[in-house]
Design a protein around this ligand. Structure first.
Ligand code: URA
Length: 223
């Protein structure tokens, strides 16, 4: 399946500047924070017991997220799949292996300055795309995670994540390669790892996106 070390940092890797100038793009109206964040224990308990949409019916467990709760990097996927539903951790299946490789390619590691969450916390049946109402019902949990973590940069993995973070209709091909803004936090949009497993030629674009996000973080951390 080609999940090996497909991306390697090289001295000659394209700098983000050569990809696109990172000018923030105004996003549709998105509230900076819709509700007080509360604390992680309270949030975890609410998500565990959540019945706000129909996805609770078939889940084994809700999957809140994993990683460093003070991370600079927040990666947001779509929703748990079968394996994530079983293990209670996001991105632990095939797409997760690719995500780990993508992180490694830019010197990152799950749990180390990285937090991984999903747009919806419960597995959509048959791994279908979450519906708008399900994304809406779950969005406050993601907002609270963002408020608690206060990441420097958010990475939207795929369309549902981009739409829940930025609002409106998003096409990845049009949204990638530039900075968006979500309540003052920059957002980079890229392909979902599961999509990349099915569309190998787009891995080159994903590599550009990885370089772009790495350079963006460098800029955000610059004194
Ligand atoms: N795909 C996602 O979007 N999230 C996961 O946790 C696993 C697969």
């Amino acid at each position: 399946m080609g999940l090996g070390p497909l991306w390697k940092l090289r001295a000659a890797a394209p700098a983000a500047e050569s990809v696109v100038a990172p000018q923030p793009v105004a996003a549709p109206e998105v509230p900076a924070s819709a509700a007080p964040a509360g604390d992680w224990d309270g949030l975890a308990a609410e998500v565990r017991d959540c019945r706000k949409c129909g996805l609770c019916a078939a889940r084994r467990q809700a999957v809140l997220g994993v990683g460093d709760v003070t991370a600079d990097w927040l990666f947001v996927g779509e929703g748990p799949g079968a394996e994530e539903d079983l293990r209670g951790e996001p991105f632990v299946g095939q797409a997760g292996k690719l995500l780990d490789n993508m992180l490694a390619a830019i010197g990152l590691r799950r749990g180390d300055d990285v937090y991984i969450a999903n747009a919806v916390k419960c597995r959509p049946p048959e791994n279908r795309t979450p519906e708008a109402a399900e994304l809406d019902a779950c969005r406050p949990y993601l907002e609270r995670q963002i408020a608690l973590i206060r990441p420097r940069l958010i990475i939207a993995l795929g369309r549902p994540a981009a739409q829940t973070l930025l609002g409106g209709e998003i096409k990845i091909a049009a949204a990638r390669g530039r900075l968006h803004d979500r309540g003052g936090i920059p957002v980079v949009v890229t392909y979902h790892p599961a999509y990349l497993l099915r569309n190998l030629p787009d891995k080159a674009k994903a590599w550009e996106d990885l370089c772009f996000m790495r350079a963006t973080m460098g800029r955000l951390k610059a004194p």
